[in-house]
Design a protein around this ligand. Structure first.
Ligand SMILES: Cc1cc2nc3c(=O)[nH]c(=O)nc-3n(C[C@H](O)[C@H](O)[C@H](O)COP(=O)(O)O)c2cc1C
Length: 367
């Protein structure tokens, strides 16, 4: 099979769902309408997205939660198991697994992803996360590596994983700085997709972007506004290694949507959950953790409403036309797609499918 059957229907702009595998989804709010992430709701969301032409499902990987006024992100499912389960319930949508390289051994990840890729007939993808959150690592007794070293570890992880995914009939040995003493590693079968499943990663730092350039098909990213996004996308094109790739590294905007029949309704609901009922304890905790361990653009830490509303992602708040116009603007800025979070992924999805997607199709962004 040629590389990657999913996300290849010719749509100029890919649309998927993002961040739904734990309670609260992308939000940090206390309202009763927040996403509770029961498995049956996740399955309902996935089936609806699959039947209505969305391109991908992409969860965050969370192990532990965030302290807040109420417990946040303490209820979460595991992403590889989630992909295997959703592969059996869906027919055409791509199912990404978000994998922490310090936690999940590449041989296990390869074996599991080969299973998912066969079960889904070539719809598995991986979001590689080299890790930043010590709270997650503490559950495993792992101490996080210094920032740039995480990506050297991740590069070795990717070498082993990709070699196994491409079907390693000849066993090989591997001795790196981080993964050592691997003997006679082999994998049959490899993935259905060739040479391996679609790869996404996400980072702002130079080391993280270099890692994405070397390993990934898509880069998940966000920016404080469209101008900053345009500058970032232009910078990607001039990164070392960009010229050597068969295809450019394609940026996907992480977003969150509050779409209602009118702009007033959408803005009022956004104010209600992301301002009046923001979980400020969780927002403070979120900011402190990221400031210590990850490199985000400085301006983002000040955007409390965006953190509470959608984990700093691009806000798409308004009528169907407003939301479609924002997505079209993201496309014009150079994004290849959007991963969208919702406050309630079951209740809030139909308006996107029924009213926003047709506008995108009319504008030539969707097949
Ligand atoms: C859109 C997006 C999604 C991410 N998803 C996860 C995730 O699911 N789990 C996680 O631990 N980190 C996640 N991260 C964190 C990144 O993988 C990365 O570790 C972090 O942004 C720090 O990178 P940097 O300091 O190299 O820029 C995500 C980041 C972004 C921007």
């Amino acid at each position: 099979m040629d590389k990657n059957i999913f996300m290849q229907d010719g749509s100029a702009f890919k649309v998927g769902l993002f961040g739904y595998l734990h309670d609260g989804g992308v939000s940090l709010t206390t309202v009763k309408e927040r996403w509770s992430a029961t498995w049956d709701d996740i399955a309902r969301m996935a089936t609806y997205a699959d039947e209505n032409g969305l391109d991908f499902l992409l969860p965050y990987a969370r192990w532990t939660g965030i302290p807040g006024e109420i417990p946040q992100r303490t209820w979460s499912f595991e992403t590889l198991a989630h992909s295997a389960a959703l592969a059996g319930r869906t027919k055409r949508i791509g199912v990404f697994s978000t994998v922490h390289t310090p936690i999940i051994h590449p041989v296990i990840a390869a074996k599991m992803m080969a299973t998912i890729d066969h079960a889904s007939h070539g719809r598995a993808g991986v979001n590689i996360v080299c890790g930043w959150n010590q709270d997650d690592f503490d559950m495993f007794g792992i101490e996080g590596l210094p920032h740039d070293e995480r990506y050297r570890h991740g590069r070795e992880w990717f070498e082993i994983w990709s070699r196994l995914m491409s079907g390693s009939f000849e066993p090989f040995d591997y001795d790196g700085d981080h993964f050592k003493g691997i003997r006679k590693a082999a994998a049959r079968p490899g993935s259905v997709q060739r040479p391996w499943p679609l790869v996404i990663s996400a980072a702002y730092s130079p080391a993280g972007r270099a890692f994405a350039m070397e390993t990934s098909d898509y880069l998940l990213t966000v920016a404080e506004n469209l101008d900053a996004a345009r500058r970032e996308i232009a910078a990607l094109e001039s990164l070392e290694g960009a010229g050597a790739r068969a295809e450019p590294l394609k940026p996907i905007a992480v977003c969150y949507a509050v779409c209602r029949e009118t702009r007033e309704e959408a803005e009022a609901f956004h104010r209600y959950y992301a301002e009046e009922n923001a979980d400020n304890v969780a927002v403070d905790y979120w900011i402190a953790g990221r400031q210590t361990n990850a490199m985000l653009p400085e301006a983002i830490y000040k955007m409390r409403t965006r953190i509470a509303g959608g984990n700093t992602n691009f806000p798409l708040v308004g009528s169907p036309k407003d939301v479609a116009d924002e997505l079209i603007a993201l496309h014009e800025a150079g994004f290849s797609g959007a991963g969208i979070g919702l406050l309630d992924y079951v209740a809030d999805l139909p308006i996107l499918v029924e009213k926003v997607m047709p506008i995108l199709a009319k504008a030539g962004l969707r097949v």
